[in-house]
Ligand binder design. Structure first.
Ligand code: HEM
Ligand code: HEM
Length: 186
């Protein structure tokens, strides 16, 4: 092979390091659909004909994600990324000390965030559904509760996006791109 071609291939390898698939297509479609639907749920509170189907779609997606967490691809499984409280605390200490190990799937703190987001989405949608029942039709506390749950979820999403930005800098790997292509560095 001519030396120039070898140099070009070498340079190509240096620019594009080897990657491995981490997020399967279901996870990626789930995630970006959730982002769109969650935003839609927030802006359609006065358009109930749209708000309610969007809320049920979120609930359906989250239920599918939970099932996928048991039967899905390797890195989609909860068993692959959910750690014990002691391991999670040790990871948090390492992160603060600037020596956090790199994980291919979600790190232990991300796992806590993901479980919280999934639980809050289920609770928000369930409280929305309860509002449609005759028994609770005039229950103002339930409307306040639904709004409160939606607001806490929104705050968690803010933290989640901040954490993604921080971890992108800490490990020098674009995590948003990884959630689009499904691939991370080897
Ligand atoms: C534009 C805003 C968002 C960005 C940039 C973003 C980015 C990401 C990234 C990069 C990951 C993978 C994290 C990792 O590598 O460990 C992730 C995971 C996740 N995000 Fe987001 N996210 C956004 C909004 C949201 C929203 C609005 C929700 C829910 C309401 C959400 C829920 C989740 C969940 C549940 C996961 C876990 C994925 C899985 O394994 O199923 N995200 N997000
Ligand atoms: C995760 C999914 C959902 C999110 C993020 C969400 C978010 C919200 C928000 C922010 C409000 C405005 C609260 C206020 O200002 O009073 C609201 C209102 C409401 N939502 Fe949801 N919601 C979701 C799912 C649902 C579902 C599944 C239903 C019913 C099937 C539902 C029914 C309602 C109703 C009836 C209202 C009150 C509207 C009004 O009277 O002004 N929501 N929701």
């Amino acid at each position: 092979m001519p030396a120039t071609a070898e140099r070009e291939m070498g340079a190509g390898r240096a620019e594009r390091p080897a990657t491995v698939e981490v997020w399967d297509p279901f996870i990626r479609i789930f995630h970006w659909s959730l982002v769109v639907l969650f935003a839609l749920a927030w802006v359609t509170e006065d358009l109930q004909w749209l708000h309610q189907p969007v809320g049920y779609a979120i609930l359906g997606l989250v239920v599918l994600r939970v099932v996928w967490g048991f039967v899905g691809s390797r890195h989609a499984r909860f068993a692959d990324f959910v750690r014990s409280p002691s391991v999670t605390l040790a990871y948090a200490r390492d992160l603060i000390a600037g020596r956090a190990p790199h994980f291919h799937s979600h790190n232990p703190l991300a796992a806590v965030m993901i479980l919280s987001l999934l639980a809050m989405l289920i609770a928000t949608a369930a409280s929305g559904w309860m509002m449609t029942l005759d028994a609770y039709r005039s229950a103002e506390w339930l409307e306040d509760f639904h709004e409160g749950l939606a607001s806490v979820t929104l705050a968690l999403v803010g933290l989640h996006v901040l954490a993604v930005a921080i971890m992108t800098v800490v490990h020098g790997e674009n995590l948003v791109l990884a959630m689009i292509t499904g691939r991370k560095r080897m």
